[in-house]
Design a protein around this ligand. Sequence first.
Ligand SMILES: [Zn+2]
Length: 250
Amino acid sequence: MSQDLKGETKGHIHLLSQVLREVVEIFTDLGFEIGEGPEVESEYYNFDALNVPKDHPARDMHDTFWIANPENGREILRTHISSLQVRFMEKNKPPFRMISPGRVYRYEATDATHEAQFTYVEGLMVDKNVSMAHLKGVLEEFLKRLFGKSNLVIRLRPSFFPFVEPAVEIDMSCFKCEGGGCGICKQTGWVEILGAGMVHPAVLNNGKIDPRVWKGFAFGGGIDRIAMLKYGVDDIRLFYGGDLRFIDQF
Ligand SMILES: [Zn+2]
């Protein structure tokens, strides 16, 4: 916040919104369009359409805010923005590249690294012959630009998410120490930053896209986490607390 010539205080853009804008700008540059979807979502788009089994622990009451809706049965506050993937596929013919930033909700206790609501960005690219090489190329370029490090590299570690196969966790080389070891990377030289993978054929099918013709990759990451790393913020709750002593620093 600053004062103008008349001594009146002026507001400015919140750090999370600043980081979100940076992310959107980079992906727009790389040819991605912006997708939007509802925060109150059906169980179908949040879980079923994404190949998440009925008995998957993520559906448990401890992770999900359930909303009783007399007309539509159960609805939820979306637990991830992947809920938009099948909605987007139903309305758009491939090839396409899309990112979707927004809020997601988890029913959990808050601490320095967990909030019940947080800001997330997810992306989806569908085209013929899309491979893990495209996934790696696009996400490495994104992180290089975001952290302003042309020598940044990423590595992929095998993981599991029901809606992608194969699934990977993405680590980037530490932007601070460049591999030497520091507090940010816990002396490992690597920082965990995104989840990603090749879109599961069942998900493409649910979106009425033929998986024999089209392939895709999807990814997601927390804007809060990116902002915390890039600007050295050590408590996620500061973003949502409305304390001007914090907000004014950025
Ligand atoms: Zn480091």
